[in-house]
Design a protein around this ligand. Structure first.
Ligand code: NDP
Length: 336
């Protein structure tokens, strides 16, 4: 049984000292337990935050503890009602080959689910984040302009496609020409701007001739600063993530953007609301999500892209790739 534990809290980008690969015995399930074998491990930006010993919505991973993460696993053996050998499950067993579970928080996907890894992405946490954050906080209306960055990733790609379904003009922001082409040509956004372009702010302004009504915040940093002067009166800003800042070891150099941010919120009467997907919306919103998303996928009106990385050993480098934008699609590790 291989597992990654947190060896040291990183300052800045995680490095080879951050996570340690350990070999242990495969655990033996007791009464009321099942043994799970990991098939797919999801890699997500929030994992960087769990490495910090900081106050947050979830407690940090302790030193020596298995790194946290959602997985698709197969039930190997079980004395639990409702879980049989061969069942596929969505579980929170983290970065390891095998784990014991008492079934708490585990979702049974059945014996032969179609696209099981999609429950880590478009039909799971990132897809739901996009759906609820956009529709419940962003409240997009037909004809409005919606802007979202990390537009080729699982959250951003889904935000933009749902906004298109709702009749909005959608402008994505992504890193590089390949991602931008995918966002417009395959995902159907009206435009996509490369945030690495020299004249990024001017290009964004040109792509939003009527200003911005909904800015779905995924990245912060220079994207946020370019968006601010384009926000329309009564714009909505669901604050989902600020990934460009997750590896900061201290406050960034340069001008203080506080006055511009707060001044814009005040003068433009902007509604800016943060949310954490686990506890910000009623269960009925999740039911609506599963119903709508299943239909959109079946109709082919939502496109979903995964990047599969082979082998648990590759997970630490793949997480850094994700944080630096070297992923292209939902990052998933095939563990077995
Ligand atoms: P992605 O797969 O889209 O990966 C993150 C992407 O962020 C990178 O691929 C990169 O895309 C972009 N990025 C990284 N650094 C920068 C930068 N400096 N400037 C601009 N873009 C950058 O991630 P997800 O779709 O899984 O997550 C998107 C956001 O949603 C994250 O902030 C995440 O923390 C947040 N989130 C929040 C949840 C909540 O409950 N609030 C739940 C789930 C996700 P590119 O190369 O295109 O720039």
């Amino acid at each position: 049984n291989r597992r990654f534990v947190l060896a040291e809290r990183p300052r800045g980008l995680p490095d080879e000292r951050t996570l340690r690969l350990e070999q242990t015995q495969v655990p033996c399930p007791g009464e009321g337990q099942m043994l799970l074998r990991t098939l797919h491990l999801s890699l997500d930006p929030y994992m960087r935050g769990r490495m910090n010993d900081a106050k947050s919505y979830a407690k940090p991973v302790e030193i020596g503890e298995v790194m946290t993460g959602q997985v698709i696993a197969e039930v190997v053996s079980s004395s639990l009602e409702g879980f049989a050998p061969g069942d596929h499950v969505l579980a929170g067993s983290g970065w390891q080959d095998y784990a014991l579970s008492d079934g708490t928080g585990v979702l049974n996907l059945g014996q032969a689910p179609e696209n099981p890894s999609w429950s880590l992405g478009i039909l799971g946490m990132p897809g739901y984040t996009a759906y609820a954050g956009l529709l419940k906080i962003g409240e997009p209306k037909p004809g409005e302009t919606v802007v979202v960055a990390a537009a080729s990733g699982p959250v951003g790609a889904t935000v933009g496609q749902i906004a298109r379904i709702r009749g909005c003009r959608v402008v994505g922001i992504a890193g590089g020409a390949g991602k931008c082409a995918h966002v417009t040509d395959t995902l159907g956004f009206d435009a996509c701007i490369d945030h690495r372009a020299e004249d990024f702010a001017a290009r964004l302004a040109a792509a939003c001739p009527d200003g911005i009504d909904v800015y779905f915040e995924n990245v912060g940093g220079k994207v946020l600063y370019a968006v601010l002067p384009l926000l329309n009166p009564f714009a909505r800003v669901p604050v989902c993530g600020v990934v460009s800042w997750y590896n900061l070891a201290g406050l960034p150099e340069g001008p203080d953007h506080g006055p511009a941010i707060m001044g814009t919120i005040l003068r433009m009467k902007v509604k800016m609301q943060g949310f954490i997907i686990f506890d910000s919306f009623p269960d009925s919103t999740h039911d609506d999500f599963i119903r709508d998303m299943s239909r959109w996928l079946a109709e082919g009106s939502i496109h979903y892209r995964e990047q599969i990385v082979e082998g648990l050993e590759a997970a630490p480098a793949a997480l850094n790739d994700l944080l630096a934008g070297r992923n292209f699609g939902k990052m998933v590790v095939r563990v077995a």
